[in-house]
Write a protein that binds this ligand. Structure first.
Ligand SMILES: NC(=O)c1ccc[n+]([C@@H]2O[C@H](COP(=O)([O-])OP(=O)(O)OC[C@H]3O[C@@H](n4cnc5c(N)ncnc54)[C@H](O)[C@@H]3O)[C@@H](O)[C@H]2O)c1
Length: 108
């Protein structure tokens, strides 16, 4: 019983930023991190989907959405700044769309 309680608050006090967090692996991570009591910022380009995730998991924890296209450096800077100004810090950066960016680099 005691270890179960411990396992459910592994990320207490942490602030997590997740790119591509409105669906797929990023959404699952957002739900898991929220369950572990992290404050979560979801950054994605699908605003309606992002908002619906916030509506679904917002009651269970602290979660925010911001529009952020990871291909636009300024978008990423703004989203990180928003996360820091809202929650005071950033502990976890889940670059879920890194693989996506890698695919944009021409292979020699
Ligand atoms: N699903 C897999 O089996 C698998 C395997 C290996 C690698 N990956 C990689 O993991 C990452 C996530 O995979 P997934 O299956 O969850 O993908 P997904 O397509 O289900 O979800 C990706 C999310 O990223 C968002 N997104 C797309 N372009 C974006 C952009 N420019 N800026 C911000 N957000 C953007 C989408 O709106 C979506 O919410 C991808 O980079 C994928 O290449 C996935």
């Amino acid at each position: 019983m005691k270890s179960h309680v411990f396992n459910c608050i592994r990320l207490e006090g942490k602030v997590a930023f997740i790119t591509g967090g409105a669906s797929g692996i990023g959404e699952t991570a957002a739900r898991l991190f929220t369950k572990h009591v992290a404050k979560v910022v979801i950054a994605d380009i699908q605003d309606d989907l992002g908002q619906s995730i916030i509506d679904q998991i917002g009651e269970k924890g602290v979660v925010s959405y911001i529009h952020c296209d990871v291909k636009v450096e300024k978008n990423v800077e703004n989203a990180e700044d928003m996360a820091i100004s809202k929650y005071g810090k950033l502990d976890i950066m889940f670059s879920n769309m890194l693989e996506f960016l890698r695919n944009l680099i021409p292979q020699s």
